[in-house]
Design a protein around this ligand. Sequence first.
Ligand code: ADP
Ligand code: MG
Length: 277
Amino acid sequence: ALDLEPLEPLEPSGNGHHPPGGATLSARDVSAWFGDRKVLERVSLDMNAGSVTALIGPSGCGKSTFLRILNRMHELVPSASLAGEVRLGDDDIYGAGRRITDTRKRIGMVFQKPNPFPAMSIAENVTAGLKLTGTKVSRGARADLVEECLTRAGLWAEVRDRLRQPGGALSGGQQQRLCIARSLAVRPDVLLMDEPCSALDPTSTRRIEETIHDLRQDVTIVIVTHNMQQAARVSQHCAFFLAEQGTPGHIVEAGPTERIFGDPADERTSDYVNGRF
Ligand code: ADP
Ligand code: MG
């Protein structure tokens, strides 16, 4: 059986009844195509504010496509189309008149390969996201924002004396935390992470997991991971995707992580989480 190794429980917040930040992200009957090939079949999932949702499943079952639909990157692929609905709180992100940039401000994304701007300074990397989304911050507030975001990403102590060095000079794990800091600068409600630790060593992976754990009170987090130990450690909810024999990817089952790992309803889930395929 899988060794469930939860992270330390969160410190209770100051007033004892601090509501979780972020906003619930809900997908309803989301299907997706590349050309006439259907790759996702009626995926419905609630990703709750204040918690971490892990998306698991074999390669090619549509996890990245689903994540890209959640922040409107899917539609940038010329052959791509989709059906269904995605809501952030009460807001239909694909509703009439909704703009991609508004979605991007509220829903950040971190990729498998850390992608800071290598020649830009560490500080400039953090604020680069503001430019991309057209978010305005006064000059005086910038230094505070850089410190705040690097702190939340767990990187401040390591870089506070070298903020003018290029982002590309950092280690891989530090670069990934810099990318998290850059995402946080626009104060998103949701952070999507597509295998954020797959390119990192175990120590860096652990640092990212701690960062995810600390962020989850303020930001709704959705993480794709192939590492079952990681899914068990960082997530409270889990969705198992599968694409069987050329059929489109779909969710076999979703629920509290403890149940998905400890008492899965479907034999295929049990086989997957126990490493049998
Ligand atoms: P996962 O992240 O679970 O490995 P993906 O979402 O990347 O799965 O891929 C789902 C399916 O969609 C795969 O069969 C993949 O080949 C296909 N696919 C992904 N991106 C594209 C694309 N840009 N054009 C055509 N097919 C794609
Ligand atoms: Mg993928």
